[in-house]
Every structure is written in structure tokens, then in C-alpha cells.
Design a protein around this ligand. Structure first.
Ligand code: DGJ
Length: 733
């Protein structure tokens, strides 16, 4: 709902659980009044705003109004250059060198539904009745620029979205140095900042820090959203837990350089800003042109981090991800990367597929190494022609054989990259992103194609389209394995991302039934922008079950399990050299988009039978695991244990995963996990063993003995144990 109080010029947006109120301040700019738990609408909120007392050292906005200083006001979209000394949401460099702007309220429109963002991914609606959008037009008359701030409330969802668009109607060009997607001033700073940090193989670890006076931020300068910091940030009260307490989550629908920042000022006000990273960014806006910021998604929850995650999960699953696969159960895949690396031929691939098919796999994914002279990672990116030495019958021939095994064929590409040792580089060296008088840095022996060039984008679309048709390809793994260096201009990094989005729009609409999975050496570009085009992302190259507990737990703060690729791989694990049981490897991968990544042909029949059972359990419960509500129970960041569960929407069934990292000698004899999200008065059957009511399972918990291997002298290790519990509503006839 969107309300407008004409007299005080107040705007009140409501969604299912939150209110967001701002108003036009006496200088015509926008002030922030409230963001938090939903409150009833009234036709006057002005009593919540007390004029600040004249402080010593105040710098008055104008001499006519000596008591008005922006420094003393909570603002909605602060600008640079006058009486606010905090970080601005907008900074524009003008021909005369001025960076000052003054955007004041001009008018507003309320739109049913949600307009598309031109050239950028965003959340969307299917029916206009799902959402309402408020667009505020602000004008800076001195430079003749319009600023449009758009706010969408989804009514039935616990989210708001925001974006900003600047339009230059003046006579002179304007250089945008900063244009944030959102800025909010909160009245206090009694919060912890929470974010997802990491590195290759260690993505999305949860980090928390107490907010302090001054600026604290996370960002990316790598040309991709990055494994180092995810474009997400939350502020939560210090006593907020997984299931209770206040938290505000902010996520950016963008795949490039971003910033998410909390600035606490001398009056204890916390200013949150989020948007394209102003570091090494600027954009020339010519007369008549406009610039669109990415969309920011805001979630408020009083039900702890799980409450916040639910709102993100359902929005991302239902109104950010799109297309044919959005609501469809995803196939169980087997990928040949860790099975063969570059060393394979058609016979080997078909042998894996044959075996996999009998075990119940549905999709065979051919990873890196099928094209050009690619026998290692030092050549051929860009030459998307099949290597006939490895695949004498081409993609068509391979596809035919894979289909004969009753499986679909998926294919790996790294379309944004080029190897120096490639035909493409020899022909078009100027297609590489770089600066003429500087040596190019090499990452994994490769350079980046300059996606700001139309001819490069056309080449990628054309080559990929041909291969997808030739091989009747059902799935694409879209990889990207190095970050940007030698960036030619301050516009390049953003233009590149716009170019990438254009390619993805073209390819995905040309092949609507192909399932796309995004990847960037694992989770190096796992963000909402990519999710809009590709409904799943390879969460990490690290497939070790123990490391995956943290990676998947952290990722689940924002991203639904259906979006996270999770594979069972060989032991010792190729990334950590750790050996864990087949049980725990499956039990962890179940809570992701499940697949295998190992040479299935080398296992004993007995093991293959076990694998078959794991695959069939996943398929039987796939709908629940992919589309249910995922709830975190015990954090591997805080203890030796991890547990989580997925509950069906109607709460009639659930699957719980419990993991004990190191064996705990002579510990608790009755282990327990307190469940969540069930119906209190419903009787459930636990693992076909006993019946218990929802309230018992949620308060007393599931009580169980140590995992089975625990007391066995034969057990090689008592570490890394796990259990799965299946909970089902009892129906008596
Ligand atoms: C990095 C990816 O994350 C891996 O899964 C694999 O596809 C390799 N690239 C292939 O080069």
C-alpha cells in the first residue's frame, strides 16, 4: 500500500510487515522519517519529527533559515556540497567544477505494478496487482537535471525495492561520480553489521561486527560482485538470533563493482548506502541522456535472520529468477570436471553417462576442455569449435550417444574470456580489455574480452547459439574465471556489466528452455543480477562436505537452496584433501541443487548401489528440497554442529540435516535438534520410527543417539558424521 499525506507531504509505504515513511523537508529535499515494523497509517506523522535545537557550530542551510542544517536531519537521498558532511547518495561533477546538487521535490506518480529497469535486471511482477510503485520526481533547477526515485511495495511480500534514475535536460554534460541505489538514515546505531565475505573456495562466510562511529563498508573493485564480498549487507540488533529479533537486509541486483556502507555520525544516526561503487567510477551524462542505478532490495524482519532469509528466498525464487525453469524441478546432474579434468575422449564421457544413467542421473554436463586445443588452462578460450581429436563425432555425435543413455547434455562455456593462444586472439587482439600502453595482467592464462564492444557481444551470441543448436544442448554452465585489471576508463566496468546483461538477455530468450547455471570459479559472481538470467549458480569450487557447511549456511542467508549448485565429489577431496563419508557428502549436497562430480565408473558395485539410493532419495524429495522453506537451526560458524531443515509450504513434511563436524568423545547421550516452522498441533511421523506433535519437535526437539558410527571400533574416523530425518504429517484413514 502507498499512502500520501498531502498537507505535510509525507509518503507512507507499507508491505506485509513493514512501514517506510519519508517526507518533503522544508528545503524541498526528501527527509527520512521511519523504516521498521508496520504501523497504521495516519494522515499526519509530523509529530514524530522534532525540529533540532540550534547546535553550536551549526552551518545554516540559508541565511533566511539559520536553524536549518542538513547535518541535523535524517535524509532520504542526500546530496553533496552543502550542510551535510556525511557520505552522499549523489555526487555530480559539472562543467564549472562544482559538485554541488540540490534536488527538490517536484511531483510524484503512483503506478500499479512495477516498471522494468531499462538495461538492468530487477525483481518483477507477473500481474500489476502484485505491487505498487511510487516514483518521486526531484529537480535540480540550476543544472536542469531530474532525479527519479522509485519505490516498489509488493503488498503480500515482506520487501521493498528501490532505484534511482538521473536525467540530464541541461545544456551541458554532467559527470556522475556517485549515484546510489539506496540511502536510508536510521535514528540510532545499536546494531551489528552482517555481511558475507570470503575468497575462492571459501565463499560467503558470515561476518558480524558492531557498528561504530565513522564509516564501515564492504565493496568490490574487481569488475565482478566477487567472492571476497557479496553485494548484501544487513544490520541487526545485538540480541537478534536466527529466529527472533530485528534485522534489516539489503541486497543489490547487480554483478559488478558495488559498495554497501554504514556510516554512523556524531548524532548516532546510521546512514546505510548501497549501489555501484563510486571508487574508479564515473559516467558522462550528455544532454538528453539518463542513467539508471541498479535496484536495491530491502527486507525488514522481526523474526530474526531466518525471517529475513525467507523474504529474500521467496522473492528471488519467484520474482527475480525467471523463465521456463523457475518453477520446475531441476535435473540431477553429473559433471565430468573433477572426474577427468581436461583428459577425456568420447568413450570416457559416454562410459560415465551410461553408468550415471543407471544410477538415476538425468543430465550429463561436459565441462571445460571440449573445444579448440584446450588440453590445459592455457589455450583456446574464444575458439568455441569442438576438438575432433577428443570428440570425433562432434557435439552432435556426443549428444546422440548421451541421449541414447536417456540423459540430456549440458555444456561448459567461458564466453567472456580469451586465451592468448587462440585463433580468436590472433585474429582480433584488439578485442581484449586493456590499456594500450600498459602490459596486460594474466589471470589463469587468460584475458577478458571487451564486452563494451558490440562486435564482441555479437560474436559471443553467434558462436554460443551455433553450439547450443548443434549439440541440442539442454544446460549451459556459464563460467568466468578472472577479475578485471587494466580497466581503460572509469565507465568501463559498468559498461561491461551492461554488455554482459545484454548478451545474457539475448541468449536466454533465444534458448528459453535451456537451463543456465552461472559460475565464477565457484561463487565469485553469485548475485541477484546473474540470478535474473540464470536460475542457479555453482556455489563454490570447494566440494568438501565440511567446508560446504559454512559456504551453504552463509549463502542461504540471501539465496534459496534451489539456486546453489552443490555436488558430491571424490575423496580425498580435491580442494581440501579431506576424506569424509559418502553419507555426509550427500547429506550436505541435498540442501542445494544436487549433483555429482566424480568418475562414477571406478566405484565398486556396492558403492554404486549406495549412490543410486542417495540419488533416488533426492529425486523423491526434490520438490520439497528445491521449493520448500529452508530454515537454519545450528550454525557451523558458532559450534561443532550444524543443522538445517526444509519444510514444505503446507507444513506437511520436512527434511532435517544434522552434521557433527568433529567427533565429540563421551558427549551428550541424548542429542537433540529443536525444529522450526512446523504446525504445533499436527502429529508428525519421524523417520518412520515414532510420532510426535509439532510443538514437541519444536520445543523438546528430535532426540537421538550419537550418529551410528560413533561407538563402532571399526569406524576409521568418528569425525564428520551426519543424519537425515524425514518428518511427515500423520494421515489416518
Ligand atoms: C572453474 C569452475 O568453477 C569449475 O567448476 C570448472 O568449470 C573449471 N572452471 C573449468 O575450467
Amino acid at each position: 500500500m502507498i499512502y500520501l499525506n498531502e498537507k505535510n507531504r509525507e509518503f507512507h509505504l507499507q508491505n506485509k510487515n513493514a512501514s517506510y515513511i519519508f517526507y518533503v523537508m522544508e528545503n524541498g529535499q526528501l527527509g527520512q522519517l521511519y523504516y521498521g515494523k508496520k504501523i497504521k497509517h495516519r494522515d499526519d506523522f509530523s509529530h514524530f519529527f522534532k525540529k533540532p535545537k540550534y547546535g553550536v557550530g551549526i552551518i545554516a542551510h540559508t541565511k533566511e533559515n539559520p536553524a536549518f542544517s542538513l547535518e541535523y536531519y535524517k535524509q532520504e537521498y542526500p546530496s553533496y556540497g552543502t550542510t551535510d558532511f556525511r557520505k552522499p547518495a549523489i555526487k555530480l561533477l559539472q562543467k564549472n567544477g562544482s559538485r554541488i546538487s540540490n534536488f527538490t521535490y517536484d511531483s510524484h506518480t503512483i503506478i500499479e505494478g512495477k516498471p522494468k529497469l531499462i538495461g538492468l535486471p530487477s525483481s518483477y511482477v507477473e500481474e500489476n496487482s502484485e505491487a505498487m510503485t511510487l516514483e518521486i520526481k526531484l529537480v535540480d533547477k540550476t543544472i536542469n537535471c531530474n532525479l527519479y526515485l522509485s519505490y516498489t511495495t509488493f503488498g503480500e511480500r515482506e520487501v521493498f525495492t528501490r532505484n534511482a534514475r538521473l536525467e540530464n535536460n541541461g545544456q551541458e554534460e554532467i559527470i556522475i561520480e556517485n549515484l546510489m541505489s539506496l540511502s536510508i538514515d536510521f535514528p540510532d546505531y545499536d546494531y551489528e553489521m552482517l555481511h558475507l565475505s570470503g575468497a575462492w573456495g571459501r565463499e560467503k562466510h558470515i561476518k558480524e561486527r558492531i557498528l561504530e562511529k565513522g564509516v564501515q563498508y564492504i565493496d568490490s573493485t574487481r569488475g565482478a560482485s566477487s567472492a571476497q564480498q557479496n553485494p548484501f549487507m544487513a544490520i541487526k540488533r545485538k540480541d537478534t538470533t536466527e529466529n527472533q529479533g530485528e534485522v534489516y537486509g539489503f541486497s543489490l541486483v547487480y554483478s559488478g563493482n558495488f559498495i554497501a556502507q554504514a556510516e554512523v555520525d556524531h548524532f548516532d544516526v546510521t546512514r546505510i548506502t548501497m549501489g555501484i561503487n563510486p571508487f574508479d567510477f564515473s559516467w558522462t551524462l550528455n544532454t538528453g541522456d539518463s542513467f539508471q542505478s541498479p535496484e536495491a532490495i530491502m527486507v525488514y524482519s522481526q523474526e530474526g535472520l531466518n525471517g529475513m532469509s525467507h523474504s529474500f528466498h521467496s522473492l528471488l525464487r519467484e520474482r527475480v529468477a525467471r523463465g521456463f525453469w523457475r518453477d520446475r524441478e531441476r535435473p540431477v546432474l553429473i559433471n565430468n570436471w573433477e572426474a577427468t579434468y581436461f583428459d577425456f575422449n568420447e568413450d570416457k564421457l559416454v562410459a560415465i553417462a551410461k553408468e550415471a544413467s543407471t544410477l538415476g542421473f538425468e543430465l550429463f554436463v561436459l565441462d571445460d576442455g571440449w573445444f579448440g586445443e584446450r588440453n590445459g588452462d592455457n589455450s583456446s578460450l574464444g575458439d568455441w569449435l569442438v576438438n575432433r581429436k577428443k570428440l570425433p563425432n562432434g557435439l552432435e555425435g556426443l549428444a546422440k550417444k548421451i541421449q541414447e543413455e536417456n540423459m540430456k547434455l549440458g555444456l561448459w562455456f567461458e564466453p567472456e574470456m580469451i586465451s592468448e593462444n587462440s585463433e580468436l586472439f590472433r585474429k582480433n587482439p584488439h578485442w581484449v580489455l586493456g590499456v594500450d600502453n600498459r602490459t596486460l595482467s594474466l589471470g589463469r592464462n587468460q584475458y577478458i574480452l571487451d564486452l563494451t564492444k558490440e562486435e564482441v557481444r555479437a560474436y559471443i551470441v553467434e558462436e554460443l547459439s551455433k553450439r547450443l543448436k548443434e549439440g541440442n544442448i539442454s544446460y549451459v554452465k556459464w563460467d568466468m574465471n578472472r577479475n578485471m585489471t587494466e580497466i581503460p576508463s572509469k565507465e568501463t566496468a559498468h559498461k561491461y556489466i551492461l554488455g554482459l546483461y545484454e548478451i545474457l538477455e539475448r541468449i536466454t530468450s533465444q534458448f528459453p528452455e535451456v537451463l543456465f547455471e552461472s559460475c565464477a570459479s565457484g561463487g565469485g559472481r553469485f548475485d541477484l543480477g546473474m540470478l535474473y538470467y540464470m536460475p542457479q549458480t555453482w556455489a563454490s569450487d570447494n566440494t568438501d562436505a565440511i567446508d560446504r557447511l559454512k559456504i551453504q549456511y552463509g549463502t542461504s542467508l540471501v539465496y534459496p537452496t534451489i539456486s546453489m549448485g552443490a555436488h558430491v565429489s571424490d575423496i580425498p577431496n580435491h580442494q581440501t584433501a579431506r576424506s569424509t563419508s559418502l553419507d555426509i557428502r550427500n547429506h550436505v549436497a541435498y540442501f542445494g541443487n544436487f549433483g555429482y562430480e566424480l568418475d562414477i565408473t571406478k566405484y565398486a558395485d556396492e558403492t554404486k548401489e549406495e549412490m543410486k539410493n542417495f540419488v533416488s532419495f533426492y529425486k523423491e524429495n526434490r520438490k520439497l528440497l528445491q521449493f520448500g522453506n529452508f530454515i537454519r537451526l545450528q550454525s557451523p560458524f558458532k559450534s561443532n554442529y550444524c543443522s538445517w531443515m526444509t519444510v514444505s509450504k503446507d507444513k506437511s513434511e520436512a527434511i532435517v540435516g544434522y552434521y557433527e563436524i568433529l567427533g565429540d568423545t563421551n558427549s551428550e547421550y541424548n542429542k537433540k535438534i529443536k525444529l522450526s516452522g512446523l504446525e504445533e498441533n499436527t502429529l508428525y511421523l519421524v523417520n518412520n520410527e515414532y510420532e510426535a506433535y509439532g510443538d514437541e519437535l519444536m520445543n523438546m526437539g528430535i532426540v537421538f543417539d550419537q550418529p551410528d558410527r560413533y561407538y563402532s571400533y571399526e569406524a576409521k574416523s568418528r569425525d564428520f558424521t551426519s543424519k537425515i530425518f524425514k518428518i511427515k504429517k500423520v494421515v489416518r484413514f
